[in-house]
Design a protein around this ligand. Structure first.
Ligand code: ADP
Ligand code: MG
Length: 703
């Protein structure tokens, strides 16, 4: 409660009166208690008897100052008794107006003896009728007391109500602020959520797109039952099953993972909740093909169920190409080795064979010596055949390419082949009659065919059917991507199919290696397919084999097709019985034993010989004897700077009528077509029979 009262009156007697009326002694009187009980009810007891605190001001200005001080001190008055006439200062009405300007809450009692103003005028002038009462002088004590009580109580209640209101206001604004903050949070959350939803949608879209269009086969599989929830197009393509056949079915039911080991591993990892990285695995396609894949799995949860996002990268083709490459590299290495051996052997055999045969031609030999020489000659011949095969395999054999009709070649050989395979095997030849020519060496192609046919015969001891067919094969890049040996273009394909015992994988892998044979000792040399391999390679072709144990074998040989439409003119066959002569021959040969043997031989036939061990030496000899030299017999590859070919060119420039025979038998650089076209007739491969040499010399001199 606020019981502070300010009395503003210029008359000190009034102050004294009011103090007397509102002072303590007046209070404790029984009369006052009754009066209070009447006013405020019984609750008011003696203990709470009101003690008014009364201040005095004797002029309006002073009153205002006191009011202001009390406000500053935060100890305001509840009520003021204000006199109307207070000369010389403001009158009561003005004082009240000014006070209310700074302190409108103050309750006021205007004390007046005269009716200076009417009630209406007063209230009009102070603008507030609800906080002012009028007390007529002289006072009635009770009235003063009642007014003091009522107005201080009113001040208090107004004050209370006001502070309650402010409290309420504060609470409302606090609550409003809280609500606003909550609202802001909510708005933020909503926008975050909708952003998150947008991102989720986008990321789902991205995932769906990546999943659908990935070139790598992918599926989503439930971990518990391995059932397909979704598969992408690549997966459908790889497995050969339709989407409908896969969705909802289990990978195990469909037997898509045929390999027990990798299947167990996949299931073990997935059920343990572990991701899988690049596990080599196998897929069985709908038509039963097995493909090798690199399997990776990522665990995902959809709803409450656990799934695996599986990708299976098909690496079958890569593995196949790698195997082909390894095979090609192996064959290349073996080829180098074989070529090295054959190269050295060839010269040695030329000497052995040459001398043995030379001696055999002498008259009056002891029979035992003759027999030995014949044995030597035959053995050397066999060895020589072997080196030729080795050279063929290592592609170091001289081949003479010309346009040939493969159909013709097979037809010409067929009667011989029938005899070769025996009566228990039926030969069936099927020709593609629109077959283009092929650019090939006919002897080599015959050799391929013979080797394939002999193998087929050996594979069918109980009889069967042998089919040889020809066809045109147009190879495109798609084909090349599956077979590293192939190159795009037009090819003539020769296919040899038998119904024999077939082969297992281990045999298939080593098939073309020289000396690889599964036949018993003495039956097979293991050189047949090695020769085929070398020849085919040398013709810029390749071969393909398919076979299964017990289900026969198919060999396909691809040789480039030729643009030519006509076979070249037949070579004229010159038969000369007598190989003797007296012309002068220049022999150029770097191997001393070969040189001596050739010179001995030709001298026995009556020829004059000049010898040189190199191209340079030959040029020196030529400078002295060019006039009488009729024929140059030269090795092609020789040490020192000048080759047989260059030597011949130089000498021919000097003497156009000079005849030339090249001899050799190897070296890849000889295979350039330039050389082949010039030496087609005058080429004598080593090692050679003495008769062959004599025949070649005579033939060349007579042409
Ligand atoms: P060889 O015939 O002397 O054994 P090849 O090089 O011709 O040597 O053949 C190597 C091996 O390839 C043979 O021993 C055989 O095991 C296998 N082979 C070749 N052709 C056939 C075929 N048509 N059918 C079954 N196996 C074959
Ligand atoms: Mg064979």
């Amino acid at each position: 409660m606020n019981h502070r009262i300010l009395v503003i009156d210029d008359n000190p007697a009034i102050h004294a009166d009011i103090r007397k009326i509102l002072g303590k002694q007046a209070h404790s009187s029984a009369f006052m208690e009754d009066a209070e009980a009447v006013l405020f009810g019984d609750a008011q007891t003696d203990d709470t008897a009101v003690l008014f605190e009364i201040d005095s001001a004797y002029q309006g200005q002073e009153g205002l100052e006191k009011i202001q001080q009390s406000l500053v001190a935060q100890n305001p008055y509840a009520l003021a008794f204000v006199d109307v006439r207070m000369p010389p200062g403001w009158d009561g009405i003005e004082t009240i107006s000014r006070i209310w300007e700074v302190y409108p809450e103050l309750q006021v009692v205007i004390c007046t003896a005269y009716s200076d103003y009417s009630w209406e005028e007063m209230t009009r002038r102070v603008h507030k009728s609800d906080s002012v009462l009028i007390l007529k002088k002289p006072f009635d004590n009770i009235e003063v007391l009642q007014m003091a009580h009522a107005l201080t109580k009113k001040w208090f209640l107004t004050h209370e109500a006001k502070s309650q209101l402010t409290n309420l206001d504060r609470m409302v604004s606090l609550r409003t602020e809280e609500l606003q903050q909550a609202n802001q949070r909510l708005t933020l959350e909503i926008s975050e959520r909708s952003q998150a939803e947008d991102q989720l949608r986008l990321s789902e879209e991205r995932f769906a797109k990546a999943f659908k269009s990935s070139p790598i086969p992918m599926c989503i599989l439930s971990i518990e039952q391995q059932r397909y929830l979704d598969v992408n197009d690549s997966y459908i393509e790889m497995t050969g099953y339709s989407r409908g056949e896969l969705l909802g079915r289990s990978a195990l039911d469909l037997n898509l993972w045929p390999n027990v080991e990798s299947r167990t591993e996949i299931l073990r990892q997935l059920t343990a909740g572990r991701a899988i990285r690049n596990l080599e695995s196998h897929i069985r396609t709908k038509i039963g093909h097995e493909r090798t894949t690199l399997l990776s799995a990522e665990l995902i949860t959809l709803g409450i169920d656990a799934y695996a996002l599986i990708s299976e990268h098909d690496i079958s083709q890569r593995l196949q190409l790698e195997a082909q490459l390894r095979q090609a590299q192996k064959m290349e290495a073996i080829g180098h080795l074989a070529a090295g051996v054959a190269h050295d052997f060839r010269n040695i055999l030329t000497v052995i064979l040459g001398h043995a045969n030379l001696r055999l031609m002498s008259k009056g030999l002891d029979e035992k010596v003759t027999e030995s020489l014949r044995q030597i000659s035959e053995a050397a011949q066999r060895a020589s055949n072997l080196t030729r095969q080795l050279l063929a395999f290592s592609r170091k054999q001289i081949i003479q390419l010309q346009a040939i009709d493969l159909n013709d070649l097979i037809a010409q050989l067929s009667s011989m082949l029938v005899r070769l395979i025996g009566e228990h095997i039926t030969l069936d030849c099927r020709y593609d009659h629109d077959l283009p020519f092929t650019e090939a060496d006919s002897c080599s192609i015959e050799q391929i065919l013979m080797n394939l046919v002999v193998n087929a015969r050996d594979a069918m001891p109980e009889g069967g059917r042998l089919t040889i067919s020809t066809s045109l094969a147009v190879i495109d890049t798609d084909y090349v991507s599956k077979n590293s040996e192939a190159t795009p273009g037009k090819y003539v394909c020769m296919t040899v199919v038998d119904t024999g015992c077939g082969m297992d994988d281990a045999t298939m892998e080593r098939l073309f290696e020289p000396f690889f044979t599964t036949k018993e000792v003495g039956k097979g040399t293991g050189m047949g397919l090695a020769t085929v391999y070398g020849i085919v390679k040398q013709h810029n072709g390749w071969s393909e084999v398919t076979s299964q144990p017990g289900h026969g074998t198919t060999f396909k040989v691809y040789i480039p097709a030729s643009d030519r439409k006509q076979p070249p003119a037949e070579k004229k066959n010159i038969v000369t019985r007598d190989f003797a002569g007296d012309e002068t021959i220049l022999i150029v040969e770097d191997e001393e034993p070969v040189r001596r043997f050739v010179s001995d031989l030709l001298q026995e036939y009556g020829y004059q010989v000049r010898i040189a061990s190199s191209g340079l030496e030959a040029l020196r000899v030529w400078r002295e004897h060019s006039g009488d030299i009729d024929l140059l017999l030269t090795d092609v590859v020789m040490p020192e700077s000048i080759s047989g070919l260059q030597l011949a060119e130089k000498l021919l420039a000097d003497k156009q009528s000079l005849k030339v025979i090249y001899t050799s038998g190897y070296s890849i650089e000889l295979l350039d077509t330039h050389f082949q076209s010039r030496t087609r007739v005058n080429f004598l491969p080593k090692p050679y029979h003495p008769l062959k040499l004599a025949e070649a010399v005579r033939e060349c001199l007579d042409t």
